[in-house]
Design a protein around this ligand. Sequence first.
Ligand SMILES: NC(=O)c1ccc[n+]([C@@H]2O[C@H](COP(=O)([O-])OP(=O)(O)OC[C@H]3O[C@@H](n4cnc5c(N)ncnc54)[C@H](O)[C@@H]3O)[C@@H](O)[C@H]2O)c1
Length: 315
Amino acid sequence: MAKLITGGLGFIGVHLAHALARKGEEVILFDVVSSSPLIKDIKDRVKIVQGNLASWAEVLEVVKQHKVDGIYHTGALLSASAEEKPITAYEVNAGGTFNVLEAARLFNVKRVVYTSTIASYGLGLHTVDEDTIQMPISMYGVTKVFSERLGEYYQRKFGVDFRAVRLPSIIGPGRGAGGASAYSTLMISGPALKRPYSVFVEEDVIMPILYIKDCVECLIRLYEADNARLKRRVYCIAGFSPTVKEIYDEVKRILPNADIKFKPDREMTEIVRSWPKYLKETKAFEDWGWKTKFLLKETVEDFIKEVQAHPEIYG
Ligand SMILES: NC(=O)c1ccc[n+]([C@@H]2O[C@H](COP(=O)([O-])OP(=O)(O)OC[C@H]3O[C@@H](n4cnc5c(N)ncnc54)[C@H](O)[C@@H]3O)[C@@H](O)[C@H]2O)c1
């Protein structure tokens, strides 16, 4: 029996694939693209299936063909691409979730774990939890709220074991340069590779962040959590919420020669300022014992160490 990761060649997908392969799981990566430099070291231990989440037949086929018993559904268009192509985003993010849940129902897949986002909330909120009303203004956020509600429906109506997390911005080696939140990754990975970096938001901006290692651990822990203890299907994950200056200070503590400048862009700063600054993860802790482990210091230290240890992958 295999674990399927949709969007398996994306940033979260490849890190999750490494962790599942280390656990001895059979792993299938389903993605529109067919390769990633981040998967080279385990490409003999995973199977890559190229396909489109928006295609009902292709999703059905991968689940049936590989006797999938669990799905990590991470495939999606992210915020900037979704805003650029809202119709495709609807087909992939909303339609793709429908296809995944329907395949799970038809082939008795044991469990579906889904990656939702802080972008599912509206603008200008300070602190959010599971009870905060979601009023997204982007196509990305709209499709994420839809997917959460559809998953809950499939759980109620058909007994599909759907579980989801609302994640803050994920940072770590291998994350792409796109999007307004990317500064938090690039101001660490750039200096780790001795490259200069100009930060495009103001120093006092606060954004919730989760390190990729915690993210992967969190998804696996939620997957493995005892169903009897889950009082809800969707949980908020807090991470930690540093200012940009605090990230800067931490990088400089480890790499005193880091060449980081501030060239704030008003539009980018406003986008990041409009997102919730803090998430509460009390319910995840109560129901399945989740607590964010990597805070600012541990994250920056580990991130720099990983990038410097593998310049052939991250350079
Ligand atoms: N990265 C973050 O900060 C963050 C924060 C919160 C939630 N999330 C969620 O986590 C998930 C993974 O994010 P990520 O950072 O790995 O993004 P990513 O863009 O690196 O990965 C997404 C993957 O989905 C694939 N994909 C896109 N369209 C597809 C299609 N039609 N069919 C099959 N695959 C398709 C892409 O090729 C890519 O490999 C997403 O659902 C995202 O909404 C990410």
